[in-house]
Design a protein around this ligand. Structure first.
Ligand code: NAI
Ligand code: 15L
Length: 273
């Protein structure tokens, strides 16, 4: 398979989670960087346009994911359950799903993956604490645990098979920050697309963990260990501060105010028996 590092346009880029919020953003934002984009999801996607292939697939189906990955030169893996849910749901889409993606990459010689991890891998660090990529993981639920697994799995596939990965510990990527916490964790759509572009084309990606945040005023995350990506965020949550701060503050005793993962730290338990 072609060495993606030497190119600025990929032959075929696989985008999983293409029907989702960020998938729809990257379907547009990454279009200039791939001759063909293979778009996949379990949910309905808009029809293929020129330079696109639409391939429905359940990430929990190993054979289907294997066929999906074949012929691609890089993968942007966004697909899966994107919020806290019962373990059984997370197991299928996220834990088995990410394993199937990496097995496909190994079998078909794909050498570069951008994996949508999450700030919920480190959600039980305290707000206001500055952490970097080497901090202890402190997942805040089954969802965060599944992303932590994806980060470890991708490290293994790099050490064992040389598949390079960027794990994006995305903060909160929405059109605008919705609350006070997101003034710190916000990643604009424009900065998201640029971050992914940097990861796809960095000359040496290795195995990199990078926090996905815009150039916000306050920071809990230090990206100095990902400087080799050359990512320079353009946006800031500052224009949205007055609107976010007009909302009533959380009670000091609320764990959602204490921990970086916000409300995720108090979701569940789920009784599934
Ligand atoms: P989303 O929920 O809108 O999109 C996820 C997509 O994955 C959906 O279209 C869904 O149908 C698909 N999916 C779920 N289970 C699947 C399965 N078994 N097989 C195939 N596809 C399946 O989420 P969003 O916001 O677009 O996030 C994209 C990725 O980024 C997710 O992995 C999420 O965990 C991660 N992320 C997003 C953040 C954000 O602020 N939007 C923050 C941190 C991480
Ligand atoms: C995530 O990982 C979720 O996918 C997203 O929906 C947000 O809730 C975000 O984290 C966040 O922490 O704000």
């Amino acid at each position: 398979m072609t060495d993606v590092m030497t190119k600025q346009v990929l032959d075929r880029l696989l985008l999983t989670g293409a029907a989702g919020a960020l998938g729809r953003v990257l379907r547009e934002g990454l279009k200039p960087y791939a001759k063909t984009m293979r778009l996949s999801d379990i949910a309905a996607m808009a029809e293929a346009r020129e330079g696109e292939e639409v391939v429905p697939c359940d990430l929990a189906d190993k054979a289907a994911v294997d066929a999906l990955v074949r012929g691609c030169d890089a993968i942007v893996h966004l697909g899966g359950v994107s919020v806290e849910r019962p373990f059984e749901e997370i197991l299928e889409a996220n834990i088995k799903g990410v394993f199937h993606v990496y097995e496909g990459a190994r079998r078909h010689g794909v050498k570069r993956v951008v994996f949508a991890s999450s700030n919920h891998v480190i959600g039980f660090h305290e707000q206001g604490q500055l952490i970097d990529a080497d901090c202890a993981k402190r997942p805040d639920g089954y969802y965060g645990l599944s992303k932590s697994y994806g980060e470890d799995l991708s490290r293994f596939y790099f050490d064992r098979y040389g598949i390079q990965t960027a794990c994006l510990r995305i903060g909160s990527s929405f059109p605008e920050p919705k609350d006070r916490r997101m003034l710190v964790t916000w990643l604009s759509y424009r900065d998201l697309a640029e971050l992914v572009r940097c990861c796809l084309f960095a000359p040496e990606l290795g195995h990199t963990i990078v926090y996905g945040m815009s150039a916000n005023r306050d920071k809990w995350w230090d990206n100095s260990r990902a400087a080799h990506l050359g990512f320079r965020p353009q946006d800031s949550s500052e224009p949205f501060r007055a609107k976010a701060e007009a909302q009533p503050p959380l009670d000091d005793a609320d764990p959602a105010k204490r921990f970086q993962g916000g409300a995720f730290v108090k979701m569940g338990p789920y009784e599934t028996l």
